[in-house]
Write a protein that binds this ligand. Structure first.
Ligand SMILES: *[C@@H]1O[C@H](CO)[C@@H](O)[C@H](O)[C@H]1NC(C)=O
Length: 202
């Protein structure tokens, strides 16, 4: 019996150290790791709460706003997620609580090849009340990047929430905000619980 104990101790000593600071990965609805090599749709985790995230152009400029499809059968617009610091050759998966970029990636219908998500100070005339909205694309004629994060969220249904991290401020939750006939993605107190659906065909 003592020998068994000795063996167990030996085993415990020789086990490789598991790094504690490596954040957990993020998974799509098929249980596969999220990577920067695929396109995804971001959809509400709860069925019957609308469709996927999409984009609408604001005027003639290459600035869009992020909004949610009303119709639950619409997946929205494909997105790319990129871990930071971003290198084209990167093989890193997307991790929880890590800084990322999110971009709309639908080369057919955009004024630019990618539309990068960021928080905007701009407002819309149709908007009721003052909200900080999520924009995508160019701000004042140049690319504008925002730092975002994915966190685990939800108890009864497993999902994630999105956060936007403005300079020198704590990260803020992103949720939806209905105004007139549109549902905008904005900084809110109540995060939207989301899942990631991998786009399979190109
Ligand atoms: C949602 O979209 C589907 C497919 O495009 C369509 O058949 C359906 O009528 C739409 N539902 C509503 C409420 O607009």
């Amino acid at each position: 019996m003592n020998f068994l104990l000795f063996l167990l101790q030996l085993l415990a000593i020789s086990l490789p150290c598991i790094p504690r600071n490596v954040a957990e990965l993020v998974y799509d609805t098929d249980g596969k790791e999220l990577t920067s090599k695929h396109n995804y749709y971001i959809l509400p985790a709860k069925r019957l709460s609308g469709g996927g995230l999409t984009t609408i152009q604001n005027g003639k400029q290459c600035l869009h706003f992020v909004l949610q499809e009303r119709n639950g059968t619409n997946l929205g617009t494909p997105l790319r997620l990129k871990p930071l610091p971003w290198k084209r050759s990167t093989q890193e998966p997307i991790r929880l609580s890590s800084d990322i970029w999110i971009e709309f990636h639908d080369l057919d219908s955009f004024c630019a090849t990618m539309l990068d998500w960021h928080l905007t100070d701009r407002s819309l005339e149709t908007l009721l009340g003052r909200r900080q909205l999520l924009a995508a694309g160019e701000e004042w004629g140049g690319r504008s990047f925002g730092v975002l994060r994915i966190e685990k969220y939800g108890a009864d249904v497993m999902g994630y929430k999105l956060m936007v991290c403005a300079k020198k401020e704590a990260c803020k939750d992103l949720g939806v905000y209905a105004s007139k006939d549109k549902i905008w993605l904005a900084v809110t107190d109540e995060p939207l619980m989301v899942v990631f659906v991998r786009k399979t065909s190109y």
